[in-house]
Design a protein around this ligand. Structure first.
Ligand code: GLP
Length: 242
């Protein structure tokens, strides 16, 4: 793994954005795997700025997001579809039909998951997958467990995840109990993975993911088995990394 630590938030975000922009410059039809959360926000801001300046085009790209809350319609302000529209898609030249986010309000969730995997199979592999990490080591919404699932599936969110994400909702009880997430197999199929982590609250998860044993109790530790992972950390997230 190539681990880079940044003192400066701006350099962190610009480095992440440059990885995506240079991929799109050499492969305009690239397939991007995208993530939500506070860690990739700066990267999306930089990409929007680079697009405004004519430095990068997404016109031929395709995107697949990692996950979505079950029960939230796409236009719910806290849905991950809304997050992506708001923070990235409306600022760049991508047709929304080329952007994929699982439907958390699908009547038949099992069918939605299989359809998502079929689309990934047909349009993939993902060239570059952005990832964040949960403080419990989750990636996407693959929570620590005795076993992990390969394909896109419905997952029950752990209490610590609902708690961490409660800050975005009016009341803690409004946080959905379930999510649809790409599975570990789907994530690891990407040609390159870029893990973005900000904040000291994630320092222990980062240490476990990068230096601990490979275990389903820390889903991010499975990244150690992938041949092409770049990790961008701010100083807080890198606290325990030597
Ligand atoms: C949510 C998402 C994850 C993301 C995590 C970290 O739980 N499902 O994909 O990695 O948040 O978010 P943040 O970057 O805000 O800490």
């Amino acid at each position: 793994m190539n681990v880079l630590t940044f003192r400066n938030e701006d350099d962190f975000a610009q480095t992440g954005a440059n990885l995506i922009a240079s991929l799109l410059q050499s492969s305009p039809k690239a397939v991007l795997g995208l993530a939500t959360g506070s860690s990739p926000l700066g990267v999306y801001g930089k990409l929007a700025e680079m697009h405004r300046k004519g430095m990068v085009s997404f016109a031929k790209a395709t995107t697949f997001n990692l996950d979505e809350y079950v029960g939230l319609p796409a236009d719910h302000p806290q849905s991950y579809r809304s997050f992506m529209n708001e923070h990235l898609f409306r600022h760049i030249d991508i047709g929304l039909s080329r952007t994929h986010v699982p439907r958390g309000d699908a009547a038949d969730l099992a069918a939605e998951c299989s359809a998502y995997d079929r689309m990934l199979e047909e349009e993939g592999p993902v060239d570059l997958q952005l990832l964040g990490i949960g403080s419990n080591g989750h990636i996407g919404f693959n929570e620590p467990d005795a076993s992990l699932t390969s394909g896109t599936h419905v997952v029950k969110l752990l209490p610590e995840t609902r708690e961490a994400n409660a800050r975005f909702f009016e009341r803690p009880e409004d946080v959905p109990h379930q999510a649809v997430t790409m599975g570990i197999g789907g994530i690891l199929k990407a040609r390159q993975i870029v893990l973005l982590v900000r904040g000291e609250a994630k320092a222990e998860a980062v240490k476990n993911a990068l230096q601990g044993p490979i275990t389903t109790q820390c889903p991010a530790s499975l990244l150690q088995s992938h041949p092409n992972v770049v990790v961008l950390l701010d100083e807080g997230a890198a606290k325990w990394i030597r």
